[in-house]
Design a protein around this ligand. Sequence first.
Ligand code: FES
Length: 569
Amino acid sequence: MTDIKVIGIDNGLTNYGDKDFARFLRRTFARSMGLSQDMLNKPIIGIAVTPSDFNSCHRYMDDLADAVCRGVLAAGALPRVFPTISLGEVFLNPTSMMFRNLMAMDTEEMIRAQPMDAVVLIGGCDKTVPAQLMGAVSAGLPAIQLVTGPMMTGRHKGQRLGACTDCRGFWGKYRAEEIDKEEIQQVEGRLSVTAGTCAVMGTASTMACIAEVLGMSLPGTAAIPAVHSARLLAGEESGKAAVALLKKPLKPADIITKESVENAFRLIMALGGSTNAIVHLTAIAGRLGIKVPMDRLNQISDETSVLVDLKPVGEGYMEDFYNAGGVGAVLRELKHLLHLDTKCIDGSTLRQRLEDPIEWVDRKVIRSFDDPVSKVGGLIALQGNLAPKGAIFKRAAATESLFETEGRAVVFENLEDLANRIDSPDLDVNADDILVLKNAGPKAAGMPEAGYLPIPKKLARAGVKDMVRISDARMSGTAFGTIVLHITPETAAGGPLGAVRNGDRIRLSVANKKIELLVSEEEIKQRLEDVAPLLQPKRGYSALYQRSVLQADEGCDFDFLVDADKKAL
Ligand code: FES
C-alpha cells in the first residue's frame, strides 16, 4: 500500500510559472462558485458523472450524484462533480466498443488533471464501467465505482419483459412472421420501461457484479435497481466511503490483484455472465500487468457451476437477482473456491464480508452450489487452427445438441455482405451449416456486437431457432445461441478466419474446447497471402484506434496505454 497525500484544491496547480499566483487564481475562481474558504480547505472528492440525452441507462444520474455529494459533505469533504464522455450502447456508430478506450482516456486524464484527492465514478451502460475502471487504475488515485443499477421489467400480454434478451426474442418472432408489425410496435414501448441498465445478466449487469467482487464497489450495491431508494443510499454511502478512503491508503492497484481478478472470472462463470466481460476484465487487469491465461480461465470455468437463473441463460431478471440476495449470496456459495484475502475499498477483506450468513436467499434465482443451474461455468475459451490466440464460447447460452458440430461454412466477407445477403432467398444455406462472419474484429470494424448473426430468414420461417455461428466480432451480453466469438487474431490482423471459403468444413468441439478449419495448414497459409490489406482511416480517432488497438486476448486496449503502465510497474 502507498501513502496518500490529501491536498484538496491546491492539487496539481495550473502551470503559470508562479505557484502562489496559480493557487490564488484557482481559489479566486472557486470562490465564484460560492464556496467559502472553509470549504476550500477541505479534501476534495471528485464525482465523475456520465449523463447524456444519448444514454437512457444513465437517466437518473443527477439524483445519484446528489446522493454521493450528500455522503461526501456529511463525511467532511468537498464534493466536485465533473463530466466525462458517456457511451449509450445503442446510440453509437459504428459501435460503442470503439469509444471505450476514448472514455477510459478521458476519465484517466480528468482525474489526473483536476484537483481531487479521491474519486467516485458513476457509470452503468456496458462500456462505461470498464472505461471508468481502466481510467481509474491508470490514474492511480483512490477510487470507488458506483453503478446506476438495472432497470425494472415491463409487461406485454401478461408476460414480463426486460431489455434486451426479450428484444431479441420478439425480434426473432417478428422475423419468423410469428407476430405482426402492430404487435412488435407495442412491444417496442414495453421493453425498456424505467431508467437503468439492461434488465438481465447482460454486459452492464455482469460488469456491475465484477466491480463489486473486485472490491471497487461497496458490498451489496451491484444489483440494486436504478429506481430503488436503496440505490440512492448506495450513492450516499459511496460518498462517505470515498472520504474514509483518504485515511486508508488503498488505491485501485491495492484492490485489483491477480487474486481479485480470478475471483471476478469465477463470478462471471457462476453468473452465466456476458462474453464481453471477458474482454473488459482482461483490459482492466491488463493495465496492472495481470493476465489470466486461457487454460486457467477454462479451469475456473470447469470447476465453477452456473448458479444464477437469469436471462439470457435462464428465466429471471436483475430485479429478481437483487431480491434473491445479489452478489453476496452467490459469493457465499463460491466461498470455498475464492481467494478470501482480497480487499474491498471499504477496507474489509472478502473473508470478513462472507463471515456472516446471509439472511435469506431465493433459491429459484440463486441456486446452492450443490444444486446448480448447470454443473460447469457459463463461458469457455476455445483454441484451434481457426483461433490460435483463442475464441470465446458461451456454453450456458448455447444449444447443447450443437456442442459437437462439423458443418459446411457459409461465409460473409464483412458486415455489409452479411446485411446484403443473409435474408436472400438465393442464399445457399441449411440448418446444419456454420455461418462465418469475417472482418468484424477490433481493427476492421471496432469489434461490434455482430457475432449474433441472424438466422437466415428462410430458415427462421422454417422453424430453425439456432445454428453454429462464428466470427471475430463480439455479441451482446443479452444474446444467446451457439456462437463462437472474439476469434483471435481477427481477420484484419492476419488471422486464419480470413482463409475460410464457402463450402469448407469447420469443426466445433465444446468437449475438447476446439474450433478448427478442416483445411491443410499449407492451403490456409496460401489463401492468407491473397487476403486484401485493410483500408487505413486517414485522420482522427479512427486512425489512432486502428493503429493502436490490441486484439481481444489483450482486452482490446491501446498498446501505448498498456505498455506504458506495465513499464511503470
Ligand atoms: Fe445500456 Fe444495455 S443499453 S446497459
